[in-house]
Design a protein around this ligand. Structure first.
Ligand SMILES: [Zn+2]
Length: 122
């Protein structure tokens, strides 16, 4: 689950949450005696959604831009493993996933990460 296009997925959840909050607020018109309750719950949902959008904004600034080797489009990666936003290919900058090398040495790890980032930015 965590492997797939994280940024897009979280954005979808935030959008659904906004619709949900409007839905909950509309329920207040059906049961007027509960209007305040539904209004507050709906407001909380939209606040959480705004919070998620804010969090996504911070996350995207930390994400790495790479050229997907499969479809050759520029995509964003969150963390060491993520899915391409266009073709859903699983991308990784983790040296453990590099089929060319099998070493888990830490200096090797740093070299690999730098190398992968350079390759991605070409
Ligand atoms: Zn791709």
């Amino acid at each position: 689950m965590l492997l797939s296009g994280k940024i897009n997925k979280i954005r979808t959840i935030a959008l659904l949450l906004i619709f949900l909050s409007f839905g909950i607020m509309y329920l207040g018109f059906i049961w007027p005696s509960w209007m305040l309750f539904f209004f507050i719950v709906g407001l909380c949902c939209s606040m959480i959604s705004v919070g998620i959008y804010f969090w996504i904004g911070i996350l995207s600034t930390h994400s790495v831009k790479v050229i997907c080797p499969n479809c050759e489009k520029e995509t964003k990666m969150l963390g060491k493993r993520d899915q391409c936003m266009y073709c859903k290919a699983i991308l990784s900058v983790d040296p453990k996933d590099d089929p060319r090398r099998k070493s888990n040495d830490y200096s090797d790890h740093l070299n690999n990460t730098a190398e992968n980032e350079q390759n991605g930015l070409k």
